[in-house]
Design a protein around this ligand. Structure first.
Ligand SMILES: NC(=O)c1ccc[n+]([C@@H]2O[C@H](COP(=O)([O-])OP(=O)(O)OC[C@H]3O[C@@H](n4cnc5c(N)ncnc54)[C@H](OP(=O)(O)O)[C@@H]3O)[C@@H](O)[C@H]2O)c1
Length: 280
């Protein structure tokens, strides 16, 4: 099967490349890059700018994939660039998935919700309150209206140990000591997410699916657990509140993953279970 993986230089993209080369060796994986060039001599690497419809057409038409794993996105920067990359870019990807009759696994986010309630199911309506969230919510709309054979995977904070995800690395280095106690998420171990994404790529489930960890934690609790697991100094972490900051941020974006638990063979793990595995 020929696969197109967008965002192969990102944290999830790198993990997926590694996972696919171990678990699906027979797959012909083509990978896209944006600002970070691929390793020299890496086969099947394609430059892609999601903001540019012609760039998307060039890559997808050249690869003609049976499956697109669409992880590429921009999570910071100016509002228009995020919108063009995430909302419009995902729309172009979906249109080309339709053209090539490709299965599409689209990465979405828990922050499309306003975070007032938490424990969101697949049937809850997004209500984004940040520019990034607006771009990801409209990405979902564009994918859904394209008619693509797509699963829209809503996930949460992605973390992992080898290599460390950028957020955990910053916490461990003492670059992010203030962590909010009033922002709750369902962090997902990157290896667990990769397994679920590949499984979904091979299934015909269509529509939204929550795929996240099974343990709701606030960012401070999560940071403390990671520091303990990585032999860091948890005392250095400072419990702060998003409420006291001037930032507009969704508070409780926890996801109900019961549908994914019924559907997938991949067992979704809690942070505690993942840490126990990591320590083995
Ligand atoms: N990380 C999380 O905690 C989290 C939580 C919920 C949902 N998600 C979703 O999961 C997905 C993967 O996240 P991640 O953390 O792996 O992201 P990441 O590390 O920031 O990687 C983003 C990827 O997108 C590529 N990219 C950026 N702008 C692009 C453009 N204009 N055209 C083409 N490619 C572009 C980047 O390429 P270069 O590096 O080459 O510039 C990089 O490969 C995203 O869709 C994100 O919204 C992530």
């Amino acid at each position: 099967m020929r696969i197109l993986l967008t965002g192969a230089s990102g944290y999830l993209g790198v993990a997926l490349m590694r996972y696919l080369s171990a678990i699906r060796r027979e797959w012909d994986v083509h990978a896209t890059f944006f600002s970070i060039p691929p390793d020299e001599g890496q086969p099947n690497a394609h430059p892609l700018d999601l903001r540019d419809a012609a760039s998307v057409a060039r890559v997808v038409d050249a690869v003609q994939p049976a499956l697109i794993l669409h992880t590429a996105a921009l999570n910071a920067g100016d509002t228009q660039t995020m919108y063009d990359t995430n909302a419009r870019g995902s729309g172009y990807i979906a249109q080309h998935a339709v053209k090539h009759n490709a299965r599409l696994v689209h990465l979405s986010s828990d922050v499309i919700f306003d975070g007032r309630r938490g424990n969101y199911t697949e049937d809850d309506a997004p209500n984004p309150i940040t520019p990034y969230a607006v771009s990801k919510a409209d990405a979902e709309k564009n994918v859904l209206t394209s008619g693509a054979n797509a699963v829209l995977v809503r996930t949460s904070l992605i973390y992992g140990f080898t290599p460390l995800d950028p957020r955990t690395r910053a916490i461990l280095r003492g670059e992010m000591p203030r962590l909010y106690t009033d922002e709750t998420r369902c962090p997902v171990w990157v290896d667990n997410l990769c397994a679920a994404l590949v499984e979904l790529g091979e299934m015909d489930y269509r529509g939204v699916l929550n795929v996240a960890g099974t343990q709701a934690l606030n960012r401070y609790e999560f940071g403390v657990k990671l520091m303990h697991a990585l032999n860091g100094d948890a005392q250095r972490l400072i419990a702060a509140t998003s409420d006291a900051s001037s930032l507009v941020r969704p508070r409780d974006c926890t996801l109900d993953v019961s549908r994914a638990q019924k559907l997938l063979k991949t067992k979704l793990l809690s942070v505690d279970e993942t840490i126990a595995l990591h320590k083995k």
